[in-house]
Design a protein. Sequence first.
Lengths: 101, 101, 101, 320, 320, 320
Amino acid sequence: MLHARKRIEIVVEAVQAEAVTDLLDRLGAPGWTIQPVLSGKGRQGLRRGGDPGGVFDNVLILCIASEAVAQRVAEARDELLGARPAIVAISDCSVLRGEHF
Amino acid sequence: MLHARKRIEIVVEAVQAEAVTDLLDRLGAPGWTIQPVLSGKGRQGLRRGGDPGGVFDNVLILCIASEAVAQRVAEARDELLGARPAIVAISDCSVLRGEHF
Amino acid sequence: MLHARKRIEIVVEAVQAEAVTDLLDRLGAPGWTIQPVLSGKGRQGLRRGGDPGGVFDNVLILCIASEAVAQRVAEARDELLGARPAIVAISDCSVLRGEHF
Amino acid sequence: MSSLSLLIPLPVMFFGLGLAAGLARSDLAVPDAVAKALSLYLMLAIGLKGGMALAAPGASEGLFGALALGIALSFLLPLPAYALLRGPVRLDRVTAAAVAGHYGSVSVVTYAAAAGTLTTAGIASEGFMPAVLAAMETPAILTALLLARRGRQGAVRGKRHLAREVLLNGSVVLLLGSFLIGWIGGAGQKAQLAPFVEGLFPGALCLFLLEMGLLAARQLRAAPGRLSARLVVFGLVMPLIGAAAGLGAGLFAGLSLGGVALMMTLAASASYIAVPAAMRLALPEADAGVYVTLSVAITFPFNIVLGIPLYLWVAGLAVG
Amino acid sequence: MSSLSLLIPLPVMFFGLGLAAGLARSDLAVPDAVAKALSLYLMLAIGLKGGMALAAPGASEGLFGALALGIALSFLLPLPAYALLRGPVRLDRVTAAAVAGHYGSVSVVTYAAAAGTLTTAGIASEGFMPAVLAAMETPAILTALLLARRGRQGAVRGKRHLAREVLLNGSVVLLLGSFLIGWIGGAGQKAQLAPFVEGLFPGALCLFLLEMGLLAARQLRAAPGRLSARLVVFGLVMPLIGAAAGLGAGLFAGLSLGGVALMMTLAASASYIAVPAAMRLALPEADAGVYVTLSVAITFPFNIVLGIPLYLWVAGLAVG
Amino acid sequence: MSSLSLLIPLPVMFFGLGLAAGLARSDLAVPDAVAKALSLYLMLAIGLKGGMALAAPGASEGLFGALALGIALSFLLPLPAYALLRGPVRLDRVTAAAVAGHYGSVSVVTYAAAAGTLTTAGIASEGFMPAVLAAMETPAILTALLLARRGRQGAVRGKRHLAREVLLNGSVVLLLGSFLIGWIGGAGQKAQLAPFVEGLFPGALCLFLLEMGLLAARQLRAAPGRLSARLVVFGLVMPLIGAAAGLGAGLFAGLSLGGVALMMTLAASASYIAVPAAMRLALPEADAGVYVTLSVAITFPFNIVLGIPLYLWVAGLAVG
Ligand SMILES: Nc1ncnc2c1ncn2[C@@H]1O[C@H](COP(=O)(O)O)[C@@H](O)[C@H]1O
Ligand SMILES: Nc1ncnc2c1ncn2[C@@H]1O[C@H](COP(=O)(O)O)[C@@H](O)[C@H]1O
Ligand SMILES: Nc1ncnc2c1ncn2[C@@H]1O[C@H](COP(=O)(O)O)[C@@H](O)[C@H]1O
Ligand code: NA
Ligand code: NA
Ligand code: NA
């Protein structure tokens, strides 16, 4: 009934989101969801979105995928880090309808 | 101090959100949170919200609940899938203030 | 390549968000991300944001941190609960680039 | 240059701009909140203006006949649409029913574009037409549901929401409410509201049509394989059938030239807000990519570019 | 029809429309960003208009007296409110203090509605009243905090934010800033800004009151058990007490008929933006469901429907 | 008072208000969607107005020369900027290239402020200047990329996006599109669009400059250590270099007094929407804190407060 999968969570600049989702597509991810971010803090200090050019906007990309895809994402480290994500966090989860993921 | 709970995460069309939260209420969930989604990709291809009728908007519903409630959600598979969620992912977490969940 | 970390997730009133992130900063969190919330339900019943004073707006704060920081957050229970968060959920995750967290 | 400008009204050119920008993948975008604000504004202004006009002595003559005929059109137009979609177009039953519902209902912006054309041309119309617009928004939803359920068991999902969607749909409430407020209170405050209700109207329409063009392009790009050639033909022919029915209704109701042209436009237009939302809720099996794209990217541009001048010309022949 | 329209101003009818739509659970909604934009617009327009009026020769006479009395009212009005809430209404101390703070402060939209009524009726008022409006926004917050802490130890939480909220509250800054800009620079540019500052005002007010009606309905539906009958009575009586105090202050300051009516309206009105936000921060134990609902769904409609005409009538008796 | 108002135009005072509020950490805020809506409105109104003016007989004389010179300025101005930034300012190569790109491109709001000043002063300018504005938006991006890549291997990341950003940038499309629409269709509909295009303009500019002030304050507070004294000096000197080049180009193109002043303003202004977004995509190694802050918080206020009057004065000497 429940099937073990990986939950990949990436915080990245909005302008780089398409580069990340293109990569996820190429690595065989069955889908992804982009969520808005209001503000954040990291190594570069405070970041608050909403400037006219959208330069300081971040987004959060969520991707539920198989262990194998998660493995490939971790291995595509160099390409992924080219998009300069602030976080790439991977955790375990179970899904209903394993056939889809 | 920390109490083991389940973290249920559901991506679903915005028009179906109330059907899902009604179900969560009926299954005894202590609460839930609805977050916005900017865009996503799944079996039906790219989905970008913001059309005038809100037809293509998705939301993410987060629910922290006891193992028993999570069990019931997984078992209510048929009713839940009637709302055509794209993802139902369940994972483990610990909470402060277990009395509330 | 992947490093074990903790994923801390806090739902709290928007007006209290800065109190929570100040606490996270003080406890040594390497960063955090604030996401918007559309609506929710908990012990106080239904909450829907968007009133003119922002009184009913909630946010979700996500913080990826080391076990030690997560420990300190759990121990700062009293101070944290002073901001009246609705949820404080902690789970496991792995991150790329462990040097940053 | 001015000859082209006589052919294509300025707001329609903004639709073209949005469409071209969208198809070329420009990053031009109108924020959702702005599009919603413009849509609220257009409904409020249309309603108030109509209500104020109706407050003039004798202006309500013919109101009830036009209302009744409009409602009847909204209930009935989905039937020929469904027949075409099931027959020659060969769409599945549920999607056919959902699409049919869109063509019984109406598009507020198409109405606004037609009203703008009338204003520019100096042609008057009945003050109560905004009430007809509001009345035609939702009856078609019920016909669509009946068509979808034909011969099938099973309750409609989300009934409670759906009833609200039909009876208390935001567009209907705002249009009718503003209309009533304009009727009751407008006479004395017309001059005070004119800069808002009339001065801004053409500009707001331009901006909204820009957004509609961007939306149409997005739909066309997202669903390249979704619209068969037969569906596209349906999206061009069905407005003509609607307009013909609207012509009959308008003449039967004894409307003026402007009123007949508006009635034809209403019957020819397809919903792109109220009906899609209701269908998504009530008929989740229907393909939203089909009905949104057909309504926004085929029928809407057809109506504003070719339809409105055509309906106005035909109305002139029939009434004049 | 026009008799009804003389009784109820058009913007107030839009409040009624929003309230009815919300209570009937229509899906009509004004996006948050639009509501915020309207609120910014109203404050900017009120400030600029007042400042420009003040630039006329002799127009600043009486400014300081009115300002001082307004600030005093904001500081002091929470006291009778608190006494009523702790006594007959039997509210807990912290919530009582929080509610009391709302009634010392003011509501910009109530002021805007009163100003609109004066304009329609052709009654002048002092150009500096927007400065009084701005000055009355936040002193009441301090009184509320003192009342909440009475006899209790413990620092106020989030002091830094709170100080900003009181001194640098967005509404205060925008109102006062626009007022000063209008005063300094407006004389020469009045004509140029008129379409924005005056032309749009009534329409923007209609749209904002629609949103206030929807909000009031949402509050009433979300908190059915939250408002006791005694609280509702308080929400109707307290504006009258405030208006009486405002009458005294207005007469004492030697204001004109219009100025007295506005002063009564200010004193009678309850905050629904600045004070709720400050209270949520400083007194998280107070029940936000009580103070927001009382201010938005009881006192606000009372003031715009019955209060303003009443205050205008009384001001006429007292000044005339 | 009026003497101050002659020195500082009203919209500029709103920039000051926003800046002061932001630096004092007031919670005053303009929602993003509102800022984007105002920005769309300003571009649409500037484009339409220019296009309509161009429809007058003989008004297009000199168009192509001005366009060509504007494009050349946009391509070439990054070169002296880069030389200064690499030499005396000692910035790293990639950030220097990114900053240089901003100064070749233009700022729509600075242009709007200058156009407003001309209107207030009753000085005419060529109707085609909005087309020059649009044409100068993006060529500088290409120069910046060439500078950044000099002597280095490696493809530009996100080429596809970047091409769109340069050729189909939303601002360019909306400005040019509105300009063409105004040109083709505007003549007959000028009066109808005037309340929207002209009536609202000064007010919308005030609100947008308020937001720009808040944004400048946010940038200054977020990046206290980011701007060295040398960078600040660059942000004040570079507009003067640009203005000198613009003066030459304007005189060479035979523009009128108003046209020369606008050309100087364009060349002096720095982009704060199109170029930052393109640089973030193409040169992620460049420090966005530097270029956004420099453009928004140093050069922008310098231009609107001191620059525009200076350029107008110099243009008067040169042309008059
Ligand atoms: N440890 C963290 N936990 C959650 N979010 C983070 C963390 N570190 C960085 N972020 C997010 O990533 C953005 C950019 O991070 P950085 O590039 O490190 O400044 C921040 O503004 C946050 O939104
Ligand atoms: N594997 C996935 N990971 C994250 N989000 C997903 C995934 N699959 C689908 N989604 C989300 O669910 C939406 C609908 O999915 P679908 O119905 O499969 O097209 C997508 O637009 C995404 O937002
Ligand atoms: N069990 C839960 N799961 C997810 N979100 C919750 C839960 N409980 C409370 N919340 C969120 O926290 C907010 C405030 O909760 P409360 O203070 O309990 O009313 C709610 O409106 C929800 O957004
Ligand atoms: Na129709
Ligand atoms: Na008061
Ligand atoms: Na420049």
